[in-house]
Design a protein around this ligand. Structure first.
Ligand SMILES: [Zn+2]
Length: 434
């Protein structure tokens, strides 16, 4: 089912005309109202009127997360403060928080876009949605909330934490849809079993997961443990929050980008040159309708590939490959680039291991060391030491072979890795602490 047939299935030529009209208006707006952008445009010698086709976007300056931090808190706002009806901000774990503001229209658009996402995932107005995303400054909770209401569904605003209570509510309220982080979904399934409640036997049928990178192997695991279809959603607070892109339930091959509101490009992260659809590059977004904090060519640091061929679901919007490696999460171990998702794939594919893991990076002398701590499942735990050692060396061998890096593997007893209530903490980098 498609929520907004007109805009989600528009012929691409028509869509591109809408994008161009909105891009020009957006450039005019930021040039007139945001001193930061006026300066950036002037430095590049470009005026809003120079944008005559979508290709001319290459003339425009990029915006980075650092720019947003430098303008903390309200320097990027394009409307007077009295028109801002809501503020969210990023967690700021890696520096100053980035602040985003929304006008009334921005909030309405966000709700509509999230409603599109929920329907793309297979939800309808008749469904109820258990929303386990955190409510607060983080955009996840309220983003899903307004979308579910716009769709006309029933929303249960559980937020994160109080996991046993969540399981009870899943049983008693029998929701059709759950939203949250993928790692938390697994934690719910596990807690359910401890309480004698098998989530697979509940009516729950769809899970919409995001806010942390996850692999296809993780998807299979979640679908198996919860008895649902797991859908990947993508968003980032700087651009809007959840709802920038989502997989369609019918095809699940890439995430449809809401291109009438966000103009997507992929670029070579080194040179900044645009790369063609089909080639991997860093994802860059220009917001087309946002009023509170419009962004021009915002560099997401996420690597993906765009696909503009029509999808069997009927949507004409471009699809992005799921993001399994955020460049922010990338570890460099002795000069080798390693994404946690690559290790996740190896762990999930190893018999006897669970998807609960942590990567501990240290520096001994001048050498980086990587230790992979991973939980074994109950049935293996009682096995002899010998078979556990076998698993350890198999994982070490695979990591060396596939990723080219030497890692120590430490098997941990079931439930030995701390569970997160929101985004999973996969990396403990002690090099940064010292
Ligand atoms: Zn599709």
């Amino acid at each position: 089912m498609i929520y907004d047939v007109k805009n989600e299935t528009m012929p691409r030529e028509e869509l591109e005309l809408v994008q161009l009209r909105r891009l020009r208006a957006q450039c005019e707006r930021v040039y007139a109202n945001v001193p930061f952008y006026k300066k950036k445009f002037d430095e590049k010698g470009v005026k809003p009127q120079d944008i005559k086709s979508l290709k001319d976007i290459s003339l425009l300056p990029f915006t980075t997360k650092q720019d947003l931090r430098d303008q903390y808190p309200f320097g990027m706002f394009a409307v007077p403060k009295d028109q801002i009806v809501r503020i969210h901000c990023s967690s700021g774990t890696t520096g100053t928080a980035t602040v985003v503001g929304y006008t009334k229209r921005d909030i309405e658009n966000w709700g509509e876009l999230m409603a599109r996402c929920l329907m793309a995932a297979g939800a309808s107005a008749a469904d109820s949605v258990h929303n386990a995303y955190g409510y607060g400054l983080f955009t996840g909770g309220l983003g899903v909330h307004y979308g579910a209401e716009a769709l006309g569904a029933t929303v249960v605003p559980v937020s994160g934490g109080a996991t046993k209570r969540q399981v009870t509510l899943l049983k008693d309220f029998a929701p059709d849809v759950i939203c949250g982080t993928p790692s938390y979904a697994l934690f719910l399934a596990e807690t359910g079993l401890e309480m004698g409640i098998d989530i697979r036997e509940l009516p729950l049928r769809i899970g919409i997961f995001g806010a942390e990178p996850w692999t296809n192997e993780m998807r299979v695991e979640i679908e198996k443990k919860l008895g649902i279809t797991a859908i990947d959603i993508y968003g980032l607070s700087e651009v809007m929050g959840p709802g920038v892109a989502i997989e369609c339930r019918e095809v699940q091959d890439g995430l449809h980008i809401q291109e009438d509101h966000f103009l997507a490009e992929t670029i070579d992260p080194q040179t900044g040159e645009i790369v063609e659809p089909g080639q991997e590059g860093e994802l860059v977004f220009t917001t087309l309708t946002k009023e509170g904090i419009p962004l021009i060519r915002y560099r997401t640091r996420d690597l993906t590939t765009l696909n503009t061929t029509p999808c069997r679901c009927g949507r004409t919007t471009a699809r992005m490959k799921r993001v399994t490696g955020r460049s922010d999460d990338m570890l460099i171990i002795r000069g080798v680039n390693v994404f946690p998702s690559q290790i996740e794939t190896i762990l999930i594919e190893t018999e006897g291991l669970t998807p609960h893991y942590q990567l501990v990076v240290e520096r001994q002398g001048n050498l980086d060391t990587l230790e992979v701590q991973v939980e074994v499942n109950e049935s293996i735990f009682s096995d002899e030491i010998k078979s556990l050692q076998k698993i350890e060396s198999k994982v070490m061998k695979n990591i060396k072979e596939f990723l080219g890096v030497t890692a120590k593997v430490k098997l941990v007893e079931p439930k030995g890795i701390e569970r997160s209530r929101g985004k999973a903490k996969r990396i403990i980098d002690k090099r940064k602490e010292g």
